[in-house]
Design a protein around this ligand. Structure first.
Ligand code: NAP
Length: 277
């Protein structure tokens, strides 16, 4: 039997009215500031998706596009201005940044209460310590919401998280553990990846290597969440999971595109609304 498709588009659409209601209850229109440096087409596409969703739920966007030649002190000054601007509830620096701009320095300059991508060390440390006021990275929040929408509980489950980046894999592992899962984190030094993922009831993959996870990595009936997105030479998007090979083994699987991507946008706007309350 073929797996249930965990559609981020369906799950997100079901949550939209809840977000619209929350925005209507505020006494003002929340505003998200987005800074883009340069003109990478993938970054521009992600920003457009965020703008479209913002419009749908009634959030304003203040978009600033700096030329790639901007200096680090100028970017820092822009972030600092947004920090003290009371009309702004959330700040996003669209990643990746040009090579001569230090990502950590810019991210750490964001006021943690406006860090709606959940990237500052203040929010990460809060997440690690189990502080419920931590702003959780949007993808991690989106994955949790996707599982919740399809009534998939993490409690007592064996979860393999493949990828341990600070932005994606690591926070997801923490959230799964906080929800009562037994979590194995795999990475580039994991000796036999398939041995580890095959033990898992839920496999969550965030690596960026198309087709890394195949039929040999998944036990029958497992749930597979594919976060990876890679642009192929023919401009199509591919996940880290070989969807065709795994869909007949897994009991449920998220597609790429249309799985975690839309839920990441949802997670971001959930963060903005929480920051606006
Ligand atoms: P990243 O910072 O490059 O981290 C990749 C992780 O994968 C690292 O922890 C690395 O291990 C691990 N890894 C590399 N090769 C491996 C292998 N052969 N086996 C097992 N693990 C391996 O990337 P990221 O920012 O976390 O993003 C990961 C993917 O998710 C990318 O495709 C990105 O585009 C996608 N993404 C999607 C969304 C979405 O909304 N759907 C959001 C964010 C990111 P080491 O730590 O040992 O180096």
């Amino acid at each position: 039997m073929s797996a249930t498709i965990l559609s981020g588009l369906v799950a997100r659409a079901a949550r939209v009215s809840r977000l619209v209601e929350k925005v209507k209850k505020l006494s003002y229109i929340p505003q998200l500031a987005i800074i883009q440096i340069g003109d990478r087409s993938d970054s521009t596409a992600y920003i457009k998706a965020k703008m479209a969703f913002a419009k749908k739920i009634g959030v304003d966007i203040k978009y600033t596009n700096f030329k790639e030649t901007i200096s680090q002190p100028e970017v820092l000054a822009a972030v600092k201005n947004l920090n003290v601007d009371h009309s702004i509830q959330g700040i996003i620096i669209q990643l990746p940044l040009p090579a001569d701009i230090d990502r950590a320095t810019i991210i750490e300059a964001i006021d943690p209460t406006k860090d709606v991508d959940g990237l500052t060390s203040t929010n990460y440390d809060k997440l690690l310590s189990g502080d419920t006021f931590a702003i959780v990275p949007a993808t991690a929040r989106g994955v949790k919401e996707l599982l919740a929408y399809y009534l998939i509980s993490l409690k007592g489950k064996r979860v393999a998280v493949v990828g341990r980046s600070r932005l994606v894999g690591a926070p997801i592992a923490v959230l799964c553990r906080n929800d009562g899962a037994e979590v194995m984190v795999c990475h580039s030094k994991t000796v036999n990846l398939a041995d580890e993922t095959k033990k898992a009831d839920i496999v969550i993959v965030a690596v960026g290597k198309p087709g890394l996870i195949g039929a040999d990595h998944i036990k029958k009936g497992a749930i597979v969440i594919d976060i990876g997105i890679s642009k192929m030479p023919d401009a199509s998007l591919k996940g880290d999971v070989d969807f065709e090979a795994v869909k007949d083994i897994a009991s449920a699987i998220s597609p790429v595109p249309g799985g975690v991507g839309p839920m990441t946008v949802l997670g971001l706007f959930e963060n903005i609304i929480d920051a606006s309350l």
